[in-house]
Design a protein around this ligand. Structure first.
Ligand SMILES: N[C@@H](CCC[C@H](N)C(=O)O)C(=O)O
Length: 278
């Protein structure tokens, strides 16, 4: 089986092209084998691409632990670059079918190479039914939870997948590995959650570290960066347009007031290609 390794700001994926919609159970098992960094290729997730009638191309993302996620911003940018450069599409606006619907993507290319990708990440969902449970409220802003005797304040945002955004004093040096696992699996998050630890520097700039559901700490999370800006706006600390500094680089996020959609702009890169034989 041929595969392509790619990354979006260090959030790395193995892309596999299939001629038709794959069997989710098989792909889940494949993700666990391929993503293993000691006995496999090594990646944060497996991205399966296949043709569809609903969009230019379809994709599904499986976390390294084999769970299928609803959304993955960094993988959408990788798929867009792959489609443009490897499937010889060379279209500057494309649609990608994901588990949560069809996403529109704009590509900035020069000499056949894609440099930046802008993705319509859709509308954030703030209702607690889709995100962390908070009885009696229509959104989860500045909610307190305790883990192992430590108290955290989070804002819950679903970008199709669940996020809990937590402001900390110094995100760059925060012990993500220490607290991430407990927060991801806290009972208040029925579907588990991706946890973003953020430090706001100004209304236009924020540093974010992430503990991803089904993966662990990663270098970047596109949907997490979108959730961060939405949370920052809800708490009156960030503008609707902000730069999110991640371990792997920067993402430009805009929560548009007119259509309520969140737009994410950033790069994607090829790493290598290979063949997986069992
Ligand atoms: N890294 C991704 C998100 C991948 C899925 C996530 N781990 C989940 O389970 O929801 C991104 O760039 O958005």
């Amino acid at each position: 089986m041929r595969f392509t390794k790619m990354h979006g700001l260090g959030n790395d994926f193995i892309l596999v092209y299939k001629n038709r919609k794959p069997n989710a159970e098989e792909m889940s098992e494949l993700a666990v084998s391929l993503c293993n960094r000691h006995t496999g290729v090594g990646a944060d997730g497996l991205v399966v691409i296949y043709p569809t009638d609903r969009a230019d191309i379809a994709m599904r993302i499986f976390n390294a632990d084999g769970t299928m996620a609803e959304q993955c911003g960094n993988a959408v940018r990788c798929v867009a670059k792959y489609y443009y450069e490897r499937l010889s599409a060379q279209k500057e606006q494309i649609t990608i079918e994901t588990k949560i619907g069809v996403q529109t993507v704009w590509l900035q290319a020069e000499d056949g190479r894609v440099h930046q990708v802008r993705v319509d990440m859709g509308e954030p969902v703030l209702k607690p039914s889709a995100i962390p449970v908070c009885v009696g409220s229509d959104r989860a802003v500045n909610e307190r939870i305790e883990v192992k005797g430590k108290s955290f304040v989070f804002t819950g945002v679903s970008m199709g997948n669940p996020h809990a955004v937590i402001e900390v004093e110094d995100a760059a040096n925060f012990p993500v590995e220490r607290w991430g696992p407990f927060l991801e699996t806290h009972p208040v998050f029925p579907q588990k959650a991706n946890i973003e630890f953020i430090t706001i520097h100004s209304p236009d700039e924020v540093t974010m570290r992430v503990w991803e559901r089904g993966v662990g700490q990663t270098f970047a999370c596109g949907s997490g960066a979108c959730a961060t800006v939405v949370a920052g706006v809800l708490t009156n600390k960030l503008n609707r347009r902000a730069v999110v500094h991640l371990k792997g680089g920067d993402l430009h996020i805009e929560w548009n007031q007119d259509d309520n959609h969140v737009y994410m702009t950033g790069p994607a890169a090829f790493v290598f290609e290979g063949e997986w034989r069992r």
